[in-house]
Design a protein around this ligand. Structure first.
Ligand SMILES: C[S@@+](CC[C@H](N)C(=O)[O-])C[C@H]1O[C@@H](n2cnc3c(N)ncnc32)[C@H](O)[C@@H]1O
Length: 495
């Protein structure tokens, strides 16, 4: 967790009152400024550029975190009213004077950064360690600001973009900032060492509408080993070797949306022995967060996971390639689903009946597919070997997420007594078949996650947030939180 509290930083600058955002500044729910502070601190930044000064709150978080203030430049067109630019300048300079920081190193510029702005800002410094972009949000504004400031960022520097809300959020700019970010990232892919949307910064109210996601772009530099923060931990506290999926945030964002439709679908499927609803919901939320353009399901079983994946893919573009090598319950489930779901809902589904040896995965993979979700529900040695030997090499070159079911932690305690099961990592698994996967995970040093364990860890870090989430969002849907689960997820590292 962050060692810094937003309110403590702002108090140091006299910014807990005197401006319209006083409530946000003082709220214990506000992690936003602490997150920004921690980012800048971990960058050990000495030169920082900000677009969008506001009332100086973010500037305060940045200045308090700078290892040495070589210079800080904050640019704002002054559209907030209440003389926001002069107010911010006065508070930030007063802090400088108290701290013995020469005020000329902290420049608050009253100008705009967008084409046509009057007066328009002319950059007069470069080689910034960090640029923080929080100016105009709508249309192409973020794209323009990124283009303008990217050239001022030093190699290896970090661009932080505020308010990366996608279409699901109720903000005027929702979807526009994310489009700008994606467009810029795609156009400059060759200059970008790493990218990430970091969803920990938040302000009141509690819940998804308080999220203020940061889009982070690391400019390629001399050392491209620096990895962006990939989970809710403050960046830099961890040094993930591989990007980790942020399960906790995925759940908070997506579980709410998926809860009603999945509840309805679970009545059609009615196969509780196959999957606990909580696991279903959690896996759906993860899938939605990952945004696959191609899903391979190994083992259709009673069709529960297939239905859940169809619901997920009805919100995305792509295909579900569902393989079954034994008898499937899909034939019974499908007619019930057809009674309530439109024809188009089934369109992504490609059914395949084949034994492991007959799977020609390459042939079915659409050439343009870049994000693959593999859900493996078969725990036979043959299928796991097929995954390791034939599917993982294909996943290697693409963004991927692998979910393997039938692995237990706490629930495994019962079956672990049977000699057929043994421990690998912190999980229990059938010895014979999982040995294949275990060896591969160990040889490739792949980190394995377990959703229930991640939720429990997140709840320990921030019980207030998670207990509220549990009450408000999930209710009875999470009977198993804290009791372990029986699936794991990981990524096949790029080879
Ligand atoms: C959300 S506020 C910034 C908040 C501040 N970063 C904070 O967190 O405390 C956005 C700011 O962008 C400024 N702004 C809007 N359009 C702008 C433009 N075209 N050029 C520069 N600044 C602009 C507004 O005046 C406003 O102060």
């Amino acid at each position: 967790m962050s060692v810094t509290r937003s309110a403590d930083i702002l108090a140091e600058f006299g910014l807990l009152s005197g401006h319209p955002w006083a409530e946000t500044a003082a709220s214990p729910l506000t992690t936003y400024y602490a997150c920004l502070h921690d980012l800048v601190r971990r960058e050990r930044a000495r030169r920082v550029l900000e677009i969008g000064t506001g009332f100086g709150l973010s500037g305060a978080a940045i200045l308090a975190a700078m290892e040495e203030i070589e210079f800080f430049v904050s640019v704002d067109l002054g559209t907030l009213g209440a003389n926001n630019v002069s107010f911010a300048r006065e508070r930030l300079h007063a802090w400088c004077r108290r701290r013995g920081v020469p005020v000329e190193r902290v420049r608050v510029v009253h100008a705009g950064t967008q084409p046509g702005d009057e007066p328009r800002w002319t950059p007069d410094a470069a080689s910034f360690d960090v640029v923080f972009i929080d100016g105009r949000h709508t249309g192409d504004a973020l794209y323009n600001d990124l283009s303008l400031t990217w050239t001022l960022l030093r190699p290896g520097g970090l661009a932080v973009c505020d308010d990366l809300h996608d279409e699901r959020f109720p903000f005027e700019w929702a979807g526009q900032t994310t489009r700008s970010f994606e467009r810029f990232a795609a156009e400059r892919a060759g200059e970008i060492a790493a990218r990430r949307i970091w969803e920990e910064p938040r302000v009141p109210p509690e819940g998804a509408s308080g999220l203020r996601p940061f889009g982070l772009l690391r400019k390629r530099g001399d050392s491209d080993k620096i990895v962006l923060p990939m989970s809710n931990e403050p960046p830099g506290l961890q040094t993930p070797v591989e990007p980790q999926l942020d399960v906790t945030t995925a759940l908070e964002l997506h579980a709410k949306a998926l809860l009603p439709p999945l509840k309805a679908l679970s009545d059609c499927v009615a196969a509780p022995q196959e999957f606990a609803f909580s696991d279903w919901l959690m896996m759906g939320a993860m899938a939605l967060e990952f945004k696959p353009d191609f899903v391979t399901e190994i083992g259709r079983g009673s069709g529960g996971t297939t239905a859940m994946l169809l619901e997920v893919m009805s919100r995305l573009k792509g295909e579900i390639f569902s393989v079954e090598s034994q008898t499937s319950g899909w034939d019974q489930v499908e007619p019930k689903l057809r009674e309530r779901q439109p024809e188009s809902w089934f369109a992504p589904l490609v059914l395949m009946d084949a034994p492991a040896s007959g799977l020609e995965f390459d042939r079915h993979l659409p050439p343009g597919s870049r994000r693959i979700l593999l859900v493996c529900s078969y725990q036979t040695e043959e299928w796991l070997r097929t995954c390791v030997d034939r599917l993982f090499p294909i996943l290697k070159g693409r963004e991927n997420l692998v979910v393997v079911r039938g692995v237990s932690d706490l629930r495994g305690e019962q079956i672990a007594r049977s000699s057929a099961y043994s421990t690998f990592g912190t999980f229990q698994a059938p010895t014979k078949s999982f040995g294949v996967l275990h060896d591969w995970l160990a040889a490739n040093r792949v980190t394995v996650g377990s959703p229930p364990a991640d939720i429990v860890a997140a709840m320990h870090r921030n019980p207030r947030r998670w207990n509220a989430l549990r009450r408000a969002l999930l209710g009875q849907a999470y009977p198993l939180v804290g009791a372990g689960g029986h699936w794991i997820y990981f990524r096949v590292p790029r080879g």
